[in-house]
Write a protein that binds this ligand. Structure first.
Ligand code: THU
Length: 164
């Protein structure tokens, strides 16, 4: 028997002022994306902004539906928009933030498992990691690099291939 241990690393910042200008601006773009959230059921708005290599910024926000499972998280709205429209322009950074009038959010919102799996797919597709900034407006900011910070055992399709 062998005991293995996997460590993940992330950085924590206490204010936007500690980030470089591009990352700070992207967090503010994620806040802007909150306005397009359609979340009448949870009343929990989530906004995402993605900085592409060309400098272009694209957006996503959670889109809910009266038939609940038909809704989609902000991260996947942004990622699928990228996949459908900008996949030749690599994603460098994604900033995510959330807001609700129901309570104060004091910890960063972390992407759900389905969003992480989609993130894994597109990192693989573009051949490069994506920096993820989890911007909590009333708490710390967490910054990670790449899907493996979240899912060290993520399923990639190369596991489907026979290896010798
Ligand atoms: N949500 C996101 O958009 N992203 C996350 O990372 C977590 C959850 C959305 C889904 C749903 O519209 C609402 O937040 C409450 O779960």
């Amino acid at each position: 028997m062998i005991d293995h241990e996997i460590k993940i690393a992330f950085k924590e910042y206490h204010s936007l002022e500690e980030l470089d200008k591009q990352d700070k601006d992207l967090c503010l773009e994620a806040v802007k994306a909150l306005h397009q959230s359609h979340s009448p059921y949870s009343k929990f708005r989530v906004g995402a902004a993605m900085q592409l290599q060309s400098g272009k910024i694209i957006y996503g926000s959670n889109q809910e539906n009266v038939a609940y499972p038909s809704g989609l998280c902000a991260e996947r709205v942004a990622l699928f928009h990228w996949g459908a429209n900008h996949s030749d322009d690599p994603v460098i950074t994604m900033a995510v933030t959330a807001h609700t009038h129901e309570f104060t959010i004091t910890k960063p919102i972390t992407p759900c498992g389905s969003c992480l799996q989609v993130l894994a797919e597109y990192e693989k597709k573009q051949g490069d990691k994506i920096k993820i900034i989890l911007y909590c407006q009333d708490g710390p900011i967490w910054v990670t690099h790449g899907i493996e910070s979240f899912l060290p055992f993520v399923f990639f399709e190369d596991r489907l291939a026979l290896t010798v």
